[in-house]
Design a protein around this ligand. Structure first.
Ligand SMILES: [Zn+2]
Length: 354
C-alpha cells in the first residue's frame, strides 16, 4: 500500500475519476466512493491508520496529504452527485425513447378461415351468401322440406325444441313449434319464398342437434348448404359444381363420387365422396384405407319443396347440397378431435395464424 505523499495523492485522484466515469449506475458509483472514503478498509481510512503508526516527525506531512486526498475525492463525489441528481428521471416518468410494447395481434379462428374460404370459392362461382335465423319454426325446418309431422325422416334429426312458440310464416293457425334449426336448409325455404328463380345461394351458419360432444360430434356446429334453381338444371350441373369446389378447396386432381342415399327434400339423393388427396385412392389413415372421403350430402331438389314455396315444379329444377364446416376444417388441417375447435386453447388456435 502506498504511503501518503504527493505522487500517491495524484495517482489515487486519477484512479478515482476513472472508476467514477466507468460506473454504470449511481449504486456502482457509491461503491467506488466507499472504496476511497469509507470508514473501514478504504484508501483514506488506511492512510489514517498508517499515520498513527508513523514516526512523529512525519505525521504532520502525512496528515496533510491524507486530508488533501479526502477533500479532492469528496469534491469530485459532490460534483458527480449533483450531476446525477440533475439528470435523474422523476419518479414514475415514462421514457419515451424506449421501443413501444406491441400488443399481440389476434387472427381468425380456423373455422372462420374455412368458412371464408368456402364462401370465397362459391361467390366466385356466382353464388350469393345468405344467412338466416338459428331459432326456426318447424314448418321452415321440416314441413316445407317434405318432412310433414308424421314423416319418419324427422327422427333422423335429434332436434332441440324450444319451449316458447314464435309466430311462423306458414300461414297455419295451429301451434307453431319452434326449434334450433337442424340444418340451414330452412333458410333456403325462406329465400325461395322471397325470391323467384333463377337463383343460386350458399347458406353458411350454425346448426344444432341433440348430440353429445365427442371426438367427431358436437351439439352445435357449422354447416354450409347450397341451393341452385333454374330451368334445365341437371345432376351433371350439381356434380360439376362440387368438382370445381373440391378441386379449389382440397387438391386440383381430386375426383367426386356420388353414392345413392335418401333425403326427403331431394330426389335423387346422394352422399358426396371425394377421392383421397393424400393417397390418391390407394388407401391411407385419412381415408380409413378406403381411398374415398365422405364430405356431405346432395341431390336434386324434390318437387314437393318447390310446391311448398309456390314454384312451378314442372318448369324449374335445381340442386342442393350440405357440407359440415368442421368436417372441411378437420380434413384441411388434419385435426383429429372436433372439440379442439371449441376449447379456445391458444396453443391450438395459434397454429392457424392467417
Ligand atoms: Zn387416403
Amino acid at each position: 500500500m502506498s504511503l501518503p505523499d504527493q505522487a500517491a495523492v495524484e495517482s489515487h485522484i486519477a484512479a478515482f475519476e476513472r472508476e467514477l466515469a466507468d460506473a454504470k449506475s449511481v449504486r456502482d458509483a457509491q461503491t467506488v466512493r466507499d472504496r476511497y472514503l469509507g470508514r473501514k478498509n478504504s484508501v483514506v481510512a488506511a492512510w489514517m491508520q498508517s499515520i498513527g503508526a508513523a514516526p512523529a516527525d512525519q505525521k504532520k506531512n502525512m496528515g496533510r496529504y491524507a486530508n488533501e486526498l479526502k477533500q479532492a475525492i469528496e469534491a469530485r463525489w459532490q460534483a458527480y452527485a449533483e450531476r446525477a441528481q440533475a439528470t435523474a428521471r422523476p419518479a414514475g416518468a415514462v421514457d419515451v425513447t424506449l421501443p413501444g410494447r406491441v400488443p399481440p395481434l389476434g387472427h381468425r379462428h380456423p373455422l372462420t378461415i374455412v368458412r371464408d374460404q368456402l364462401e370465397s370459392i362459391f361467390t366466385r362461382m356466382g353464388f350469393a351468401v345468405v344467412e338466416g335465423p338459428e331459432a326456426e319454426d318447424d314448418w321452415h325446418c321440416f314441413d316445407a322440406l317434405n318432412m310433414p309431422p308424421e314423416h319418419p325422416a324427422r327422427d333422423m334429426q335429434d332436434t332441440l325444441y324450444l319451449a316458447t312458440p314464435i309466430k311462423g310464416e306458414s300461414g297455419r293457425d295451429d301451434d307453431v313449434r319452434t326449434l334450433l334449426r337442424t340444418h340451414t336448409s330452412s333458410m333456403q325455404i325462406r329465400y325461395m319464398q322471397a325470391h323467384q328463380p333463377p337463383l343460386r345461394i350458399v347458406v353458411p351458419g350454425r346448426v344444432y342437434r341433440r348430440d353429445d360432444l365427442d371426438l367427431t360430434h358436437s351439439p352445435a356446429c357449422g354447416q354450409i348448404e347450397a341451393l341452385l334453381v333454374g330451368e334445365g338444371i341437371s345432376l351433371a350441373d350439381l356434380k360439376g359444381t362440387l368438382l370445381a369446389f373440391a378441386r379449389q378447396m382440397f387438391s386440383p386432381t381430386v375426383r367426386v363420387r356420388f353414392r345413392p342415399s335418401f333425403f326427403p327434400y331431394t330426389e335423387p339423393s346422394a352422399e358426396i365422396d371425394l377421392s383421397c388427396w393424400q393417397c390418391d385412392g390407394a388407401g391411407c389413415p385419412m381415408c380409413k384405407k378406403s381411398g374415398w372421403i365422405e364430405i356431405g350430402g346432395c341431390g336434386m331438389v324434390h318437387p314437393a319443396v318447390f310446391e311448398a314455396v309456390g314454384y312451378d315444379a314442372e318448369k324449374y329444377t335445381g340442386f342442393a347440397w350440405g357440407i359440415g364446416i368442421e368436417r372441411v376444417a378437420i380434413l384441411r388441417y388434419q385435426v383429429e378431435d372436433i372439440r379442439l375447435f371449441y376449447e379456445h386453447d391458444l396453443r391450438f388456435l395459434e397454429q392457424f395464424p392467417y
